[in-house]
Design a protein around this ligand. Structure first.
Ligand SMILES: [Zn+2]
Length: 345
């Protein structure tokens, strides 16, 4: 397998202004890179050079007025866009490069120069809507990658699997009424940003292409894997996409400081293995989102890299039934979607 990764030093320069500690910090990526390096993985992967997203790529996802306004705002030295979302003098370049890097990596995969890849980027993207920055996110990296593939004619039907613990309200907003992009999210509810009910299933032109599976706090491996098998896999088979993008956040990990889920490292390995297998072990690109315990994040991204490289990574072997609250959530999602999945095309 030829596996790629993309990283740029500028992603480490984006950091919260002043002496205040912020969970979305450069050390997250440093820890990931150190772990990949010491595990001998960077030498087994092909590094893709990051580039800035073009204006054309950005306005295919965001309002042109928003992109211009954001660029003007980021030209100021540093500050906060909302209580969560900071910027400093490097943020403009980091954000433009994170979006461009994600698009570039996905493009290389779609051109079959790589079998799969991981975009190690900051700032994250999945909360950035068409016209709003929020939740540490400025530009929606995974959405820019999806649109870049379509614009280049490299993929037509794209599935975005979002296993970050938070609902990717931005990605949902951007592709809400797009029949060519399937967005599937497992997320904690109630939790930030408060969106993502199971009933939100896509706009009038794109019914069923938005699949939300909100789960109550405390859910772990058995629940995430049950959602994968009973909702994500059938949704994928129904939609028959030709490319898989993953919003790979690791904040559903059991001791993440920002959420209350209980997924283990092995649980994430099983989830990643199933997703990669579902994609046919090619035409797969993961884009980093959240994950705020930096050592756990490093372990889990390392596992993802090993899985893409074809190494055997310890996963979940027990076969516990999911919590009844999860079964209820799955049944509700099936109530919303299963008839469509079963209908002849
Ligand atoms: Zn998150």
């Amino acid at each position: 397998m030829t596996i790629g990764y993309v990283f740029d030093e500028i992603f480490l320069a984006h950091q919260a202004p002043g002496p205040v500690w912020h969970p979305e910090c450069p050390e997250r990526l440093t820890a990931v890179l150190d772990a990949l390096e010491s595990g001998g993985l960077t030498s087994r992967m092909s590094r893709v050079a990051a580039r800035e997203a073009t204006r054309e790529e950005l306005v295919a996802v965001h309002n042109a007025a928003y992109v211009d306004q954001l660029e003007r705002l980021l030209a100021r030295s540093a500050g906060y866009i909302d209580p969560d979302t900071y910027f400093n003098e490097s943020t403009r370049d980091a954000a433009w490069r994170a979006a461009g890097a994600s698009a570039e990596l996905a493009t290389r995969v779609a051109r079959a120069e790589l079998d799969a890849g991981i975009a190690l980027v900051r700032p994250p993207g999945h909360h950035a809507t068409r016209e709003r920055s929020m939740g540490f996110c400025l530009l929606n990296n995974v959405a820019v990658a999806a649109r870049a593939l379509q614009a280049a004619g490299l993929a037509q039907r794209i599935a975005i699997l979002d296993w970050d613990v938070h609902h990717g309200n931005g990605t949902e907003d951007i592709f809400w009424d797009d029949p060519d992009v399937l967005y599937v999210s497992i997320h904690e509810s109630p939790c930030y940003p408060g969106t993502g009910p199971v009933t939100a299933s896509g706009g009038p032109k794109a019914p069923g292409t938005n699949v939300n599976v909100p789960l109550p706090p405390g859910m772990g491996d058995a629940e995430y894997l049950a959602v994968f098998d009973r909702v994500i896999a059938p949704a994928w088979r129904w939609f028959a996409p030709d490319f898989m993008l993953v919003s790979a956040g690791y904040d559903a990990w059991m001791r993440d400081p920002l959420a209350e889920m209980k997924v283990s490292r092995a649980g994430f390995a099983s989830l990643a293995q199933r997703a990669f297998d579902l994609a046919g072990r090619s035409r797969f690109a993961a884009v980093l989102e959240g994950g705020y315990d930096r050592l756990a994040l490093a372990d889990m991204v390392t596992d993802l890299a090993r899985i893409l490289l074809g190494d055997a990574v310890p996963g979940v072997h027990h076969d516990e039934p999911p919590h009844p609250a999860c079964t209820e959530a799955i049944d509700f999602a099936l109530h919303m979607h299963a008839a469509r999945w079963a209908a002849p095309k």
